[in-house]
Design a protein around this ligand. Structure first.
Ligand code: PLP
Length: 379
């Protein structure tokens, strides 16, 4: 066996022994929250298409029209000839929804973080990140070369201590958090964080991947509002919203924007149409949170703060066994393991969508209550 393959095979064996083997299961998403795997239909609690907009007839029509008019691909970076006519309406819609002066669309949420954070801070600067921010914020923070420190999850006092200890030794400072934490479903205390940032001359950046389209819209105190078009918006791409100066500066300096091809016109048109629908249908956008709250009420848990509800089972094997048991009963629920979540906090992660029916939520809750080994241990 070649040396490379031998090394990798050994590493894969170690991962499997720790319950960390991963797969790319061929999946076909059907109507609503249905997913087909291995010829069997399941109700999925693992999709982030919270409002079902990836299949909405108006969204599909907008994508078809853009495909026919402008072709399958953008053909170049947005700074050359890739800023096709579908970008401007998308960026206008985003800044209107977010209440900011301006917006900039990137290739994905990952790329938005990877381009933005190193454009704003570097060597000699400080990044203060919530312990539970998404991997792509951390990757971007490391790439920037700034000093990276973490504060305990949503712990303002710990953040303040770090700022008191480190702020004056650094030039610029950026605090990173999420509006809705992707694996825990809880929310950041944005207004208190913003006050803290102001008193330490620190910029506040939020990742709203799981907020847009699900949480009630309200003005954000963050200086830099990043998010994705791939979850409730049902399409693909990422964005940053903020002041005109921020967006202008990013379009000069964000390397993931400059050195990567623009998004396909159909993708951009789909996102614009979906955002317009989100703007106009408050009843649908409140449904995922209502479903999540129905579920937490059935299980006697704290009321859900977002569409995401974790059931922390701690050990990898336990989370995998629970996911398997639910799958046998026809429900797809992701078992989330390290390094996506901290060690010994493996969990089932439920994502509730507008299309979930109460009877299915009841059936899953009943299964969880029946199975003693499924019951959540305190996190
Ligand atoms: C999904 C996600 C991203 C990445 O967005 P993509 O558009 O899928 O690349 C970033 N941050 C958080 C919190 C996410 O959940």
């Amino acid at each position: 066996m070649p040396a490379l393959d031998e090394t990798l095979t050994q590493k894969l064996r170690l991962l499997a022994a720790k319950g960390l083997a991963r797969h790319l299961p061929p999946s076909r998403r059907g109507q609503g929250v249905q997913v087909e795997q291995d010829g069997r239909a399941y109700i999925s609690f693992s999709c982030n298409d919270y409002l079902g907009l990836s299949r909405h007839t108006s969204v599909l029509a907008a994508a078809h029209a853009a495909l026919d008019e402008l072709g399958a691909g953008a053909g170049a970076s947005r700074l050359i000839t890739g800023s096709h006519p579908r970008y401007a309406p998308l960026e206008m819609t985003l800044s209107r929804l977010k209440g900011t002066e301006s917006a900039l669309v990137f290739g994905s949420g990952y790329l938005a973080n990877l381009g933005t954070i190193p454009a704003l801070v570097g060597k000699g600067d400080l990044i203060l990140a919530d312990k539970l921010v998404h991997a792509c914020m951390l990757d971007a923070a490391r790439l920037s070369g700034a000093t990276l420190v973490r504060f305990a999850h949503n712990n303002l006092e710990h953040a303040r201590m770090q700022l008191e200890a480190l702020r004056t030794e650094h030039h610029h400072c950026l605090l990173l958090t999420e509006t809705v934490f992707s694996m825990d479903g809880d929310r950041a205390p944005l207004h208190a964080l913003s006050q803290l940032c102001k008193s330490f001359d620190t910029w506040l950046m939020t990742d709203d991947a799981h907020g847009l389209g699900v949480l009630p819209r309200e003005p954000s105190p963050a200086d830099i509002q990043m998010g994705t078009l791939s979850k409730a918006v049902g399409s693909y791409g990422g964005y940053v919203c903020g002041s005109a100066a921020l967006i202008d500066y990013l379009s000069h300096t964000a390397r993931s924007l400059i050195y990567s091809t623009g998004l396909p016109p159909a993708t951009v048109a789909a996102a614009t149409c979906a955002l317009e629908l989100i703007e106009g249908m408050p009843a649908t956008t409140s449904a995922p949170l209502a479903r999540a709250r129905a579920f937490t009420a059935m299980l006697g848990m704290e009321p859900a703060q977002s569409a995401i509800v974790p059931l922390v089972l701690r050990e990898n094997g336990k989370a995998l066994a629970a996911a398997k048991r639910l799958k046998e009963a026809g429900f797809l629920v992701a078992a989330i393991r390290p390094p996506t979540v901290p060690e010994h906090s493996a969990r089932l992660r439920f994502a509730f969508c507008a299309d979930h029916e109460l009877k299915d939520i009841e059936a899953v809750a009943a299964l969880i209550q029946q199975e003693e080994w499924l019951c959540a241990s305190p996190a």
